[in-house]
Write a protein that binds this ligand. Structure first.
Ligand code: ZN
Ligand code: ZN
Length: 362
């Protein structure tokens, strides 16, 4: 299990750098990334020489087979076993994941780890997760392909009279039927004036003539997710639809062109934002242009105006500008790409030309 060896090594390297004896990892996705264990209860303890996985009786068998690089110890996390292990290993300083530990577990830790200095750590594993291995990229590629294929089958059912909820359900059912392990996130399907809600929940509203329809969706493969958004117009097509759509389309194209290893993530945002601002819609684009995708649908790096992240080869990110006009509707176009030295490899392949539903296609 080479990837896990490398990942444990990277944490040990970090321990040396930060002069801490051990790392305590309890965030589910970080635990999975470092060990291979897919259960949702447990924690890892990594020292210079030890790698231990604590989990309760429901998961010990699973943990032993999924995480052979770790010694599995059966316990609940609030029991003394964890603290006893820490003290028996002579651990004097221990990091915890400050962004993921609740106040209750923090209280519990301070009570139990009496002779251990607790060191808040943030982003150690997230930073490693940002750059994907070829195997991880392959899983994301498969998820994206599966989602595309399912979406192609469902698009013809988007027409006047069908509710947003039905569109979302149909797509979810089709993706799962085709082998997706679940949905990457609750599918967004919004129409008409509701399409100005960037993360609106699908409701009972029925699709009507003249609506924008935005669908944001992703599949899951080997634990890795995909993320894609497309927006359509249900006829009749008005000039305003076309104008807004083309602005977002050009902004997305500009964003994609800016994606390259070594580039600041904020520059990708700026490239897309510039197009929208110059067209006079700047005030209607209120979110960053993209985000990293992997085990989680939103992870490092962040592609926004204030991001300090630099794109590196192997990162998987979205490019998803949008224009949302309250009372009228919104357009978002989102692709998922792998950052390369010479530019992006686009994993989402559903066409992006303006598609008018319920009538003649352009
Ligand atoms: Zn999305
Ligand atoms: Zn996204």
């Amino acid at each position: 299990m080479k990837p896990f060896e490398d990942r444990i090594k990277a944490i040990r390297h970090k321990l040396e750098e930060e002069k801490v004896d051990a790392a305590y990892i309890s965030f589910r996705y970080n635990m999975r990334y470092l060990s291979g264990f897919t259960g949702d209860a447990g924690a890892l303890l990594i020292t210079g020489s030890e790698a231990i996985l604590f989990t309760d009786g429901r998961y010990t068998e699973q943990a032993s087979s999924q995480a052979p690089d770790f010694r599995v110890i059966e316990t609940k996390l609030d029991k003394d076993v964890v603290a006893d292990t820490v003290s028996s290993l002579g651990i004097k300083s221990l990091t915890f994941e400050s962004e993921h530990v609740t106040f209750a577990s923090w209280e519990n830790m301070t009570k139990r780890f009496k002779d251990t200095r607790l060191v808040p750590a943030s982003g150690w594993v997230e930073k490693l997760r940002a750059k994907k291995t070829p195997e991880e990229i392959q899983a994301i590629r498969k998820a994206a392909k599966l989602a595309d294929d399912a979406f192609s089958m469902v698009v013809s059912s988007i027409r006047p009279g069908v509710s947003e909820r039905d569109v979302a359900l149909e797509l979810e059912f089709t993706m799962r039927k085709m082998g997706s392990e679940g949905v990457a996130f609750p599918i967004i399907a919004v129409s008409g004036a509701r399409s100005s809600l960037p993360h609106g929940e699908p409701g009972d509203k029925k699709i009507e003539p003249g609506d924008f329809v935005t669908v944001d969706f992703g599949a899951v493969w080997s634990g890795y997710v995909s993320d894609c958004t497309r927006t359509f117009v249900v006829e009749p097509l008005e000039e305003r639809h076309r104008e807004i759509y083309e602005v977002v389309r050009r902004a997305q194209q500009a964003g994609l062109r800016a994606v390259r290893a070594g580039v600041k993530a904020s520059e990708v945002d700026a490239a897309g934002r510039k197009v929208i601002e110059e067209a006079g819609y700047g005030q209607y684009f209120g979110h960053g242009i993209g985000h990293g995708v992997g085990l989680q649908v939103h992870e490092s790096p962040r592609l926004g105006q204030k991001s300090e992240d630099i794109l590196e080869p192997g990162m998987v990110v979205t490019v998803e500008p949008g224009v949302y006009i309250p009372g009228f509707g919104g357009v978002r176009i989102e692709d998922l790409v792998v950052v390369g030295d010479d530019g992006p490899e686009v994993l989402t392949s559903f066409p992006k030309d303006l598609k008018v539903l319920g009538g003649l296609e352009r």
